[in-house]
Design a protein around this ligand. Sequence first.
Ligand SMILES: *Cc1c(COP(=O)(O)O)cnc(C)c1O
Length: 424
Amino acid sequence: MKTQKSEELYQKAVKFMPGGVNSPVRAFGSVGRTPLFIERAKGSKIYDADGNEYIDYVCSWGPAILGHAHEEVVEEVRKAALDGLTYGAPTKKEIILTELISEIMPSMEMIRLVSSGTEAVMSAIRTARGYTKKDMIIKFRGCYHGHSDGLLVKAGSAALTQSVPDSAGVPASYTENTLIADYNDKASVSQLFERFKGKIAAVLVEPVAANMGVVLPEEDFLSYLREITYKEEALLIFDEVITGFRLGLGGAQAYFNIKPDLTTLGKIVGGGMPIGAYGGRRDIMQVVSPLGPVYQAGTLSGNPIATAAGIKTLEILKKNTFIYQELEVKAKLLADAYADRAAGKGEAIKVNQIGSLLSAFFTDKEVKDYNSAVSSDTGKYAAYFRTMLEQGIYVAPSQYEAMFVSAAHSEADLEKTCRIIREN
Ligand SMILES: *Cc1c(COP(=O)(O)O)cnc(C)c1O
């Protein structure tokens, strides 16, 4: 594998951008190599600056569920661009997209479009606080909700204490209203509600955790969160930035049949362009400005190019829901290949898979929360990553990210990938 051009680009990139990248995971730091610079992508394949071709299971971290550069989506983007890139005024396309989202996810009665998942979650929390007039929120150790100050919270050792910031530059006072519970641990949630009675505005959760690797909710975990939030008059926020339109058309809320009060979206909803969205119960969303007192705004919010890509992507998914059965079948093939590899080599591997999301953890523990996720041998993951890459398979450059399957992955792609998983 030749990577000379990527290496040259990297040498130049580090002069102008911290670490040579615009988002840290792209730097390949945890897998012990320098990043590949990507030149183009089409369907299931991604191509680097040296002309190497890879079968891509990162899929831009989720958006590319239809595969890269889907012709109909690209055509809509091209057409939209000719009509002007941004106006800072309302458009019909924003109505079409929000109506479409609301049809697909009926819990989202009213919606605000923003430009990223980070913005969506940050704003949903502000809305929950404004509505409930309470300040505290509960999040789960190992769940990621974007990089806003109050959510960059360290997975500290004591399960039930107020948290300290995870990043330099975040004053401790910014995270003092963020409480940390353990994923799949109902008692850790009820204890926080007892201790901070009447002060908790919302419980924020990735209904399927996909940012500590993929971790599935246990049988009654999500329904428990629904119950306790009703009882304690707090809101339930599903962060469906990954799971929305991926676990099934209706996301995790349809899959598990649980209705959150607020939902956040990103990734697929923009079809590869920058969009985030938050929304939910009408009476809650009516507190958002200009209707209500919770301020939130954006110069490029509801951008006409991005909404065009989002509308086309959701329309295609809605018309072709068989895609979701196919994605599940493909993801199962990959999960089986990891199980075969583990059996064949006597290697400790645990695979978590649901829909088109999966993770292979290099551990012999069941992975059901943050502590079990971090029991994975990241050195082994790094070695596995490098071998996969050399054989033309592009998986996440970190143990703690999901593997994403797209509609564009062909039988041949999967056969090749499964063979390489088993053999290497
Ligand atoms: C990616 C992600 C975010 C942040 O979205 P950005 O568009 O990267 O800001 C928030 N929540 C979850 C669950 C995510 O996976």
